[in-house]
Design a binder for this molecule. Sequence first.
Ligand SMILES: *Cc1c(COP(=O)(O)O)cnc(C)c1O
Length: 236
Amino acid sequence: MSIAENVAAIQANIAAAAIAAGRNPKEILLCAATKMNDADAVRQAIAAGVDCCGENRVQELTAKLDQDAYRGAPVHFIGRLQTNKVKQVVGKVDLIQSVDRLKLLEAVNAEAARQGIIQDILLQINIGREESKGGFLTEELPLLLPDLAKYTNIRVQGLMAIPPICQDATKNDKFFQEIYRIGVDIRDKKYDNVWVNILSMGMSDDYESAIRCGSTMIRVGTAIFGARDYTKTHQP
Ligand SMILES: *Cc1c(COP(=O)(O)O)cnc(C)c1O
């Protein structure tokens, strides 16, 4: 199947999952996870109607920006970000989804201040409490959230989560539900500078479950572009 056919099939699945959950399909945005796919593939996905693109690696982001690959669609950063690379990402992307620790949040805020801009971000939550993954732990949030007002050059637009990899897609429902609950709680408490406009959760294997649990943005790679060819690179 072509990229355009894959995107159309996913959009139909999004609509069906949303309607089955009593939700408006328009509430759910499709972010194409474009890592390891070239500018031409990215352009095909945008032409097919994905809402935004998410890039994992700074080097790939920079190369594809130079090739004008994202024209016509917002671009997000969704990967692990080292603090010494924030200059190459802040102000270059519409949203940094993967702000996963305080040190990075501070570095993004400082770089945005230097540029005189406000950078939209999501807080990445380590919902499965995995050693191998970044993200704030849920128990860190009560201290963090009231403190975010002082970072005046970022704007927190919501939450992002990558639950543990598992075989049975519905196994992650409890993690998706927990993110949804945290979002509701944040909304109720009304922290300055913290919005819950976006709950970014769900990937190729589990996006329908995520939509059922309240996701407003799914990040899909394989189901759009096919399996990634890891033999072409040393870094996954
Ligand atoms: C690669 C990636 C995705 C998409 O994964 P697929 O299983 O290929 O859909 C989503 N989110 C992040 C952060 C990723 O790195």
